[in-house]
Every structure is written in structure tokens, then in C-alpha cells.
Design a protein around this ligand. Structure first.
Ligand code: ADP
Ligand code: MG
Ligand code: MG
Length: 216
């Protein structure tokens, strides 16, 4: 039911926090190559606020908070505390997952691709980004496609998220060959060539962490 998913969402946010904390410095260094170097700290502030807000809500509700409320609260906290472009996108995307999941009695495996698609559609719409612009979207779109394909082929949610995590990892690495089209001055954009996009990298790291969590 939706309270069970609410508890799972809070746990997955805590897992995402662990991933971001472990990679904070590396993400900052990656963003410093052609950006302003704040991607590590921004992601950490956002995910910490989101994980804390989700955990508090679940606790206050005695474990009975529905997933849509948990993710609405977590998304708001993420946007508010992270600052930066990626924070607004992550926060809005997480809130969109909550709206997509709603508060149903029963969920089947199809809820997973629907949730991921809601996140993707929100990030793409808000960021006004196209594939190849060298952003998080370059990892997110193939990830969402892979989740949908695997579930359609009969995979379980943990299997689908594990396979999609590998797809996101490869896609994030492949952004090294791109030059950024969004949010950076041209001279810095050239410096980015040969290095993966920070937002695509953090997305893939989190995707892998969530898959690992679900595999247990
Ligand atoms: P800022 O660029 O405001 O300093 P961050 O450093 O936290 O924010 O995040 C940078 C990352 O955000 C980029 O590497 C890219 O993946 C992502 N990003 C930036 N602009 C967009 C956009 N318009 N759409 C999607 N993702 C974007
Ligand atoms: Mg930055
Ligand atoms: Mg910034």
C-alpha cells in the first residue's frame, strides 16, 4: 500500500544521501572543471534535507505516511535547501514521482516505470534540455527507457532498476564526449570536453545506489 511505499521512499532517500556524501568531493571537482564547483555541496544539502524531511514525516505518522506526501515534502525540502539548477530539478522531479504514485491501495511493477517517467518528464520540461546538451538528462532518458523496457519484458523492479543503473552509468560516462549547451559560458564549455557531466554522474551514482539497496 502507499504507506509501505512511503517507508520505502524514505529509506531510498537515506540511501541516496549516503551515495552523495561518499561522492561529494568528486562531484564538486567535476563541476569545477567547467562549472562553479558547487555540485557536490548542492547535492548533499538537497539530499540531506530531503532524507531528513521524509524520515520525520514517516516517523510522525507512525510509519503510515503515504508515498505521495513523503515525496512532496522531500521534494520541497530538496529544492529549498540545495540551491542551484540541479537542486530545483531534483526537488521538482521527486515531487512529481509522488504525484504519479498517488495513494493507491495496491501497486504493481508498472508503478516503477511510471514513477521514473514522471521524474524524467518534469526534469526535461523544467530544464528545457534536449538529449546531447550534456546534462543529467543524458543519463536520465536512457535510464527511464531501460526501466520501461525491462518491466515490459517481465523483469522484477529490483532487476529492472539494476539493469537501468548500468545503462545510466554508461550514458553518464559517455557525456565526456559532449560539450555543454546549457548553463555555461562558451570558454568553459570547451574545458568540459573529455570529462563527464556532473549532474549525469551524480544521477548515475544515485541510480546504482538505489539498485543496490533494492537488491538486498
Ligand atoms: P549549478 O549549475 O546551478 O551550479 P549544479 O552544479 O548543482 O548547479 O548542477 C549542475 C548540473 O545540473 C549539470 O551538470 C547538469 O547535469 C544539470 N543541469 C544544469 N542545467 C540543466 C538543465 N537546464 N536541464 C537539466 N539539467 C541541467
Ligand atoms: Mg554548479
Ligand atoms: Mg551553482
Amino acid at each position: 500500500a502507499s504507506a509501505e511505499l512511503g517507508r520505502a521512499a524514505a529509506r531510498l532517500l537515506a540511501t541516496a544521501r549516503g551515495v552523495v556524501v561518499r561522492h561529494e568531493q568528486e562531484l564538486g571537482e567535476l563541476d569545477a572543471i567547467a562549472g562553479d564547483g558547487d555540485h557536490g555541496i548542492g547535492m548533499r544539502r538537497g539530499v540531506e534535507a530531503a532524507a531528513d524531511a521524509a524520515a520525520s514525516l514517516v516517523e510522525e505518522a507512525g510509519g503510515q505516511a503515504c508515498v505521495s506526501e513523503v515525496l512532496a515534502t522531500a521534494g520541497d525540502a530538496w529544492s529549498e535547501k540545495a540551491g542551484g539548477t540541479s537542486g530545483a530539478l531534483w526537488g521538482s522531479g521527486i515531487a512529481a514521482i509522488g504525484r504519479a504514485l498517488g495513494s493507491q491501495q495496491e501497486y504493481d511493477a508498472a508503478a516503477a516505470p511510471a514513477a521514473v517517467a514522471a521524474y524524467r518528464d518534469t526534469v526535461v520540461a523544467l530544464g528545457k534540455t534536449e538529449l546531447g546538451d550534456k546534462t543529467m538528462v543524458d543519463a536520465l532518458v536512457p535510464y527511464a527507457d531501460a526501466v520501461a523496457e525491462r518491466i515490459a519484458a517481465g523483469a522484477s523492479v529490483p532487476e529492472a532498476l539494476a539493469a537501468a543503473g548500468d545503462v545510466a552509468d554508461a550514458a553518464a560516462r559517455a557525456t565526456a564526449d559532449l560539450t555543454p549547451k546549457k548553463g555555461r559560458a562558451r570558454p568553459l564549455a570547451e574545458k568540459s570536453l573529455g570529462h563527464p557531466d556532473p549532474g549525469a554522474t551524480s544521477f548515475a551514482l544515485i541510480a546504482a545506489g538505489l539498485a543496490e539497496d533494492l537488491a538486498q
